[in-house]
Design a protein around this ligand. Structure first.
Ligand code: SF4
Ligand code: MG
Length: 331
């Protein structure tokens, strides 16, 4: 399959009142056409910031890309001319956000917002664009799409609004969609339906899909590969089944063991004690060591590189940033 996106050693800093925070400390991941990569991590792990840097929508300042490459079909989005970058980001790359209500225009009917995409980017007449907009609303299974095209975003349920966001992202038939917590605000049944719709569209259009989430349960059925992030870095990558069966990093194991209870903020409770570190005060050595049940003296001193996980037959492309990945794999 064609390589669509190849993020290499991406680094992002934020200037804060308390100093410079390394929010993304050298992240690499790749997505091929027709494949789904899930990027998993707790909030503050750098997964959204990485995506924003890829899309060119970092809040800058205070955010700044300080290194790395973002290759889209082999060309670096970070160094190409502004005009070409705009063209690619407008049509070939699309993003879906968690909060559809704030991503959509509140004072324009949704049909008109979709039609505008076709008018502006495809030069369609208003009439043709409106017809296409309704077809698309129908495709993402908005009931009575023809009638509902005249409704405003706030008149839709959360799940229907997220379908409209998906329609907006799909309108120009992009090569790649990055979806940042696309179902987090929805209840569990609706989450599954929206995720299934995304997976179905991904197959139908042979797109690449990057799914950013804090909830492994949501992406387990639709992802091909998972990249786990912690403290601004990737700590493990693996095909989804391998990662489930035999994680090669203690943090991943902690996520897998997380109990499906819900606390008062509506977040999953993790079996891992403690909280992720501030990017302004990363622990020495392995940034996970204060929370790691497997930590040894070396973990406090030496930062683990991203090791290739090779012991497992058929473990191609697996990586783990743990000094003791072998022990973890065979635990
Ligand atoms: Fe735990 Fe050490 Fe591995 Fe870090 S390197 S995850 S502290 S065992
Ligand atoms: Mg986020």
């Amino acid at each position: 399959a064609a390589r669509l996106l190849d993020v290499r050693d991406l680094r992002v800093e934020f200037r804060t009142r308390d100093g410079i925070a390394e929010a993304v400390g050298g992240v690499s991941y790749a997505v091929d056409a027709g494949r789904t990569l899930a990027v998993l991590g707790e909030s503050g792990s750098g997964k959204s910031v990485t995506a924003q840097a890829v899309m060119g929508i970092l809040d800058s300042p205070p955010g700044r890309v300080t290194g790395g490459q973002v290759l889209f079909r082999g060309r670096d989005l970070l160094t190409m001319g502004a005009e070409e970058r705009r063209r690619i980001r407008g049509a070939a790359l699309a993003m879906i956000f968690q909060d559809a209500l704030s991503a959509l225009n509140p004072v324009l009917p949704v049909g008109a917002q979709l039609a505008e995409m076709y008018e502006v980017h495809r030069g369609m007449s208003r009439r043709d664009a409106r017809r296409r907009a309704v077809e698309l609303m129908d495709r993402v299974r908005i009931p009575a799409a023809g009638q509902r095209a005249g409704d405003y975003p706030h008149q839709f349920s959360g799940g229907m609004r997220q379908r409209i966001m998906i329609a907006m992202a799909m309108a120009l038939e992009p090569d790649l969609i990055i979806a940042d917590e696309p179902t987090t605000a929805l209840d569990v049944t609706v989450q599954a339906q929206v995720m299934e719709l995304l997976a179905e569209l991904r197959r139908e259009y042979a797109m690449g899909l990057v799914l950013i989430t804090h909830d492994l349960g949501v992406v387990a059925d639709v992802a091909d590969t998972i990249a786990v992030m912690y403290a601004g870095r990737i700590v493990e990558t693996a095909p989804v089944r391998d990662l489930y069966r035999r994680p090669a990093h203690p943090y991943t194991r902690g996520l897998l063991d997380s109990v499906p209870r819900v606390d008062d903020r509506g977040e999953r409770l993790y079996a891992i004690k403690g909280a992720p570190p501030s990017p302004l005060a990363l622990p020495s050595g392995c940034p996970f060591h204060p929370r790691c049940p497997r930590a040894q003296e070396v973990c406090r001193v030496e930062r683990p590189p991203l090791y290739e996980v090779t012991a497992d037959a058929g473990a191609d492309g697996r990586t783990s940033a743990c000094h003791f990945w072998k022990e973890e794999l065979h635990a």
